[in-house]
Design a protein around this ligand. Sequence first.
Ligand SMILES: Cc1cc2nc3c(=O)[nH]c(=O)nc-3n(C[C@H](O)[C@H](O)[C@H](O)COP(=O)(O)OP(=O)(O)OC[C@H]3O[C@@H](n4cnc5c(N)ncnc54)[C@H](O)[C@@H]3O)c2cc1C
Length: 302
Amino acid sequence: MTDAAELLLRVREFLAAHPPATTERSDFLSARFDAGLAWVHYPAGLGGLGAARSLQAVVDAELEAAGAPDNDPRRIGIGLGMAAPTILAYGTEEQKRRFLRPLWVGEEVWCQLFSEPGAGSDLAALGTRAVRDGADGDWIVNGQKVWTSSAHLARWAILIARTDPDAPKHRGITYFLCDMTDPGVEVRPLRQITGEAEFNEVFLTDVRIPDDRRLGPVGEGWKVAQTTLMNERVSIGGMRLPREGGMIGPVARTWRDRPELRTHELHQRLLTLWVEAEVARLTGERLRQQLAAGQPGPRDRV
Ligand SMILES: Cc1cc2nc3c(=O)[nH]c(=O)nc-3n(C[C@H](O)[C@H](O)[C@H](O)COP(=O)(O)OP(=O)(O)OC[C@H]3O[C@@H](n4cnc5c(N)ncnc54)[C@H](O)[C@@H]3O)c2cc1C
């Protein structure tokens, strides 16, 4: 497996067996995962077919044209773009089977507990501590994280913590999968000037994490985190925005909702901004499609 023609056939058979119009959204997504059409470059049995990553565009286009529901990638972006590839690269078989399916289907939202008040750009300076309770026991985690997007929605978090304060700072870190519903995890929203609260502070007080939720070896958390961060760059760069999906959205909504504020000058400025946002969005989308199809992007032509 698999070339584009074979894949298209497989998608059409899948659609015939699970017509989007009459299949429950969650049933459709679960069946799509089980059919290996979730992320085709993942291994068989974990939502994929071991196919070339670029072939995902073939699946997505065919499903979109058939009116199929998606897994709301904006809501679960941290799981899809960052937690999943890290679990795939470093997880045990049991961790992969436990976490990847509910993550992709959207049943479990993930967040990223990396940044701290004293560890932003210099992430390896992080102070959150994980201390083992006995030689083979659970890890007890204490510390504070900040700027945690979606922590208020998340069931799980990717977490890095210091396990060896005597080692050089990049070496003393270990990577964990943290259950956000565990006792000792407290999420406090950070309200922005827009009134929204997308980010949070997260306080961890004596949070008990079993050793089977450690991802990768003890002390190798910095290396594991590099996989997350490399994938974060790719996933942010490849994000698909719907029309009015960025900051232009609230501006356009305010224009529609508050006619008493309208002036000719504001109308002109709004139209200019709206067109610029839409051109940027469509240009990005076209580039994303070109790259997914293996066609050269602008940098290749320089
Ligand atoms: C939209 C958004 C969402 C985020 N979501 C999450 C999340 O879900 N989970 C998470 O863990 N983190 C998240 N973060 C945090 C992010 O990953 C970075 O940790 C953070 O933006 C950088 O840290 P800081 O804000 O403490 O800035 P600082 O590290 O304090 O940097 C402040 C400024 O100083 C500059 N600077 C820093 N060090 C140096 C230096 N040595 N030399 C010269 N200049 C320097 C920086 O470039 C920057 O301009 C998010 C951030 C944003 C903006």
